[in-house]
Design a protein around this ligand. Structure first.
Ligand SMILES: C[S@@+](CC[C@H](N)C(=O)[O-])C[C@H]1O[C@@H](n2cnc3c(N)ncnc32)[C@H](O)[C@@H]1O
Length: 274
């Protein structure tokens, strides 16, 4: 019995993937949509005031009348605003609930319910955005696939704009374990459950996983959520082999000048002529 419980929270192998749907789970996606739409909460999306500043900055960076592809667009908080300007926008997300919400709010943007790693892109976009640290949640192989695909999706001279968390944000991360009793259901399930949670660190504390084991009446479900800490050098080394030139480095996706002191890091990369 003890062995079984110890086993549940064991440290997973680096980059091990869990197989339960997370963003697209029927119940979890309800809580996620609420979190995305809360204007005062940096949770699934950033606060509304940040998004407004971010879109203003992006509109100064991406050429007017350009075609934008927003990967992991969620419920369309950026896409709707950009479509309302002078852009032709496509949003991709694999949360059915978020895409349905985005469509209900915005008839101008094209919304695609798909895994962005599975799409075959052709060079038709002037800019591709990937906002709120999603790049750093991918495994190294997935990141290579993504950068290669984004390169294909861009026209020559097109821009790839993304943000990630930095080593600063990782300074306070520690290995830990905890549990919560959710007698009336909660974030992970509408049914009563126990949530076992662990944080583990790897690679000199530059990679973290949050492991959640949900114990419910129908058995166990496991979720592994990865995050990678970035520096300018690490991100540059990852994108350069795919033909991107780093054009601009900022502290955030609002264009704050790079200080090296911030929790986040934003890159503007350009696809060179072929
Ligand atoms: C942290 S949220 C950010 C949403 C949005 N970019 C924003 O800042 O408001 C990450 C989003 O990416 C989506 N996502 C994650 N991995 C994805 C994938 N491989 N394909 C499509 N969507 C993905 C999730 O469903 C979720 O909506």
């Amino acid at each position: 019995m003890m062995d079984k419980w110890f086993h549940l929270l064991q440290k997973p192998a680096l980059w091990q993937r869990s197989h339960e749907p997370f963003w697209d789970d029927e119940h979890i996606s309800k809580g996620m949509l609420e979190a995305h739409l809360n204007p005062d909460w940096d949770a699934a999306s950033r606060k509304q005031s940040y998004i407004n500043r971010s879109v203003k900055w992006l509109s100064g960076v991406i050429p007017a009348n350009g075609k934008i592809l927003d990967l992991g667009c969620g419920p369309g908080l950026y896409t709707k605003r950009l479509s309302g300007m002078w852009y032709d926008v496509t949003g991709v997300d694999f949360s059915k609930r978020s895409i349905a919400y985005a469509k209900s709010q915005d008839a101008k943007t094209e919304y695609i319910y798909k895994n962005y790693l599975d799409i075959e892109y052709t060079a038709m976009y002037n800019a591709v955005t990937l906002i709120y640290g999603d790049y750093a949640a991918l495994t190294p192989d997935e990141r290579k696939t993504l950068v290669e695909k984004v390169h294909k999706a861009l026209k020559p001279g097109g821009l790839f704009i993304l943000d990630v968390f930095t080593v600063k944000q990782f300074e306070n991360k520690k290995s830990s374990t905890s549990w919560a009793l959710c007698s009336n259901g909660g974030f992970w399930s509408a049914e009563p459950h126990i949530c076992l949670e662990a944080t583990y660190l790897y690679e000199n504390n530059t990679v973290a996983v949050n492991k959640y084991v949900i114990v419910g009446k129908d058995g166990l479900k496991e979720y592994l959520i990865w995050d990678t800490a970035y520096t300018v050098q690490k991100l540059t080394e990852e994108v350069s082999p795919f033909g991107f030139t780093v054009n601009g480095v900022f502290d955030d996706v609002c264009g704050s000048p790079y200080t090296g002191e911030a929790d986040t890091l934003c890159f503007i990369m350009e696809k060179g002529a072929e």
